[in-house]
Design a protein. Structure first.
Length: 187
C-alpha cells in the first residue's frame, strides 16, 4: 500500500489514527504525563517530565516530517497565523491546562487509565468546548482571527525562506542541549 492509497482510503486513515492515538496515549501514561501532579510540577517548575516528553515529540516530529518532506512524501499545510488566534487559543488552552492539570492530549490518556476527574472535567470540557467553538467560529473567523496577521507561517519563512534543514538541525541541537541541562540538574 502506497501513501497515495492511504490518502485516498478513509477507513485506513481512521485505523491508523486510532493506532497512533493508542500508542501516543500509552506513551503519555508511561511517561507520567497523565497525572495531574506531574502537570502541576511542570507548572510550578520543579518537575520537567512534561517538557522532556513534549520536546521528544517535537524532535521526532520535526526531523521525521522534514525527512518525509525532503523525499516528497509529505507537505506542510499551515493555516495563516494571526496574533488574535494565537493569543485567544493560548489563553483558552492555558486556562483549561491550569484548572484541570491536563491538556487535551493527556486528557485522553488519563481517561484511558481510568481517571474519573479527567473523564468528567476533561472529557466533558472537550465536548462542551468543541461545541461552543463550532457555534462561535463564524464570528471568530470574521473578527479575532483577522487581528494581527503575521507575514510568515514557519520559522524558515520568518528567516527569509531558508531551507528548512537550516532550522531543523540547530533546533534539534538546542533540544538535545536542553535535555542535557535538565538531566544534569536532575529536573
Amino acid at each position: 500500500m502506497t501513501l497515495d492509497d492511504i490518502r485516498s482510503n478513509r477507513p485506513v486513515q481512521m485505523g491508523l489514527a486510532l493506532l497512533f492515538g493508542i500508542v501516543f496515549g500509552f506513551l503519555l501514561v508511561r511517561g507520567g504525563a497523565t497525572h495531574h501532579a506531574v502537570i502541576w510540577g511542570q507548572l510550578l517548575l520543579y518537575d520537567f517530565t512534561v517538557v522532556k516528553i513534549m520536546l521528544s515529540a517535537v524532535l521526532v516530529g520535526m526531523v521525521g516530517f522534514q525527512i518525509l518532506r525532503s523525499l516528497g512524501l509529505a507537505r506542510a499545510h499551515v493555516a495563516p497565523p494571526t496574533l488574535g488566534t494565537h493569543l485567544v487559543g493560548g489563553l483558552i488552552f492555558g486556562l483549561g491546562f491550569g484548572l484541570l492539570g491536563l491538556c487535551p492530549g493527556t486528557v485522553g490518556g488519563a481517561i484511558g487509565r481510568g481517571s474519573i476527574d479527567a473523564l468528567i472535567g476533561g472529557g466533558l470540557g472537550l465536548l462542551i468546548g468543541t461545541f461552543l467553538f463550532a457555534l462561535v467560529y463564524p464570528r471568530v473567523e470574521r473578527g479575532i482571527a483577522k487581528v494581527g496577521p503575521l507575514r510568515w507561517k514557519t520559522l524558515p519563512d520568518l528567516l527569509g525562506g531558508v531551507n528548512p534543514w537550516v532550522v531543523v538541525i540547530p533546533m534539534g541541537v538546542l533540544i538535545l542541549a536542553v535535555f542535557w541541562v535538565l538531566e544534569s540538574l536532575r529536573l
